[in-house]
Design a protein around this ligand. Structure first.
Ligand SMILES: [Mg+2]
Length: 326
């Protein structure tokens, strides 16, 4: 079977069978936003990695080197946010470079990374540079301590709990289309696509306020909430009209003749957090960190979306899979 047939998630399921977490210092085995292990000194560490590949994740025609650097670090910090945050972290950066890249541009790339690192207390401590025959790629790994001994996973959701979201959804996907069609980077949606804001503070506070589970939205709300359902053995019901969509997303979608709700449900790369919590804790999170409730965890499996009149919506596109699997 080819990877295009198994799909990204089929492939991950296969690998999880091989990579069993059968050592007592592996606290959280593969399959979550980050791995968690216990360092010899006793502290829990969260460890994650993400790669950006030219032609797959970005096109140099509309992404600046600074934005590319910023984003390559931000997407990793977002995974730490989904674990409940690390107060400080460290990154290793692998660059795969075609030979014709200007050194000056690599400086800009690192300026972008450093800007993100300064903002979120992540220090770049090393890496590797290799030649890549055609496409540029950037692979970043980030590690950070979890001093509170607790963290959030995708597996903690229970029936009746609230489903909440930080920020707004759909902006990044709409911003990408805007950029692809020659729109400028000053559009608010384009800006969110280029410079996503990892929700590190919100993730940390959600953990402190008793969240049950969390994930960051990298592949789209339906797909990422679907991961929580699978790992927690539950279902989810969300109300389409409760999903926070920015005025800029509505406006830009209208200009592009696109569907803002569709982008909010299935568009990737917003790097907001989906947080699951009991009603009482959910109220505190809504009041203190501005989370918005969009639905609830149910029995069963899979994600159901209800429209304004309470009818079940039929959904075709459910999110991003790197190899196009269902
Ligand atoms: Mg993630």
């Amino acid at each position: 079977m080819r990877v295009s047939e198994s799909g990204e998630f089929g492939l991950i399921a296969e690998l999880r069978k091989i990579l069993s977490g059968d050592r007592e210092d592996i606290i959280l085995p593969p399959g979550d936003d980050a791995a968690v292990f216990r360092a010899p000194g006793g502290e829990l560490m969260a460890f994650t990695t993400d790669a950006l590949v030219e032609g797959v994740h970005f096109d140099r025609a509309y992404v600046s080197w600074r934005a590319l650097g910023y984003k390559s670090l931000a997407v990793n910090i977002s995974d730490l946010a989904a674990m409940g945050g690390c107060p400080s972290s460290f990154a290793l950066v692998v660059l795969g470079l075609p030979e014709d890249i200007e050194v000056e541009n690599i400086n800009h790339l690192y300026e972008g990374m450093m800007k993100c690192g300064e903002k979120f207390s992540c220090r770049i401590v090393g890496g590797d540079i290799v030649r890549s025959p055609r496409q540029l790629f950037i692979s970043v790994s980030v590690i950070g301590g979890l001093p509170r001994e607790t963290f959030l996973t995708r597996a903690g959701a229970g029936t009746g709990q609230s489903i909440m979201i930080t920020g707004t959804l759909g902006d990044s996907a709409i911003g990408l289309d805007w950029l692809k069609r020659g729109g400028g980077g000053e559009n608010a949606c384009a800006r969110k696509h280029l410079y996503p804001e990892p929700r590190l503070r919100e993730g940390k506070r959600a953990l402190e306020l008793g969240a049950a589970a969390a994930i960051d939205v990298s592949d789209g709300l339906l797909r990422d909430l679907g991961h929580i359902c699978e790992e927690s053995g539950v279902g989810a019901r969300i109300m389409a009209q409760e999903i926070p969509i920015s005025a800029a997303a509505f406006e830009t979608a209208r200009e592009l003749d696109e569907d803002a709700l569709g982008a909010a449900l299935s568009g990737g790369e917003d790097y907001e957090l989906i947080v699951i919590a009991d009603e009482e804790n959910a109220l505190a999170m809504r009041a203190e960190i501005g989370l918005v409730r969009i639905g609830e965890i149910t029995q069963g499996s899979g994600v159901t979306v209800l429209d304004a009149s309470g009818r079940m919506m039929q959904l075709e596109k459910t999110g991003y899979d790197h190899f196009g699997g269902a």
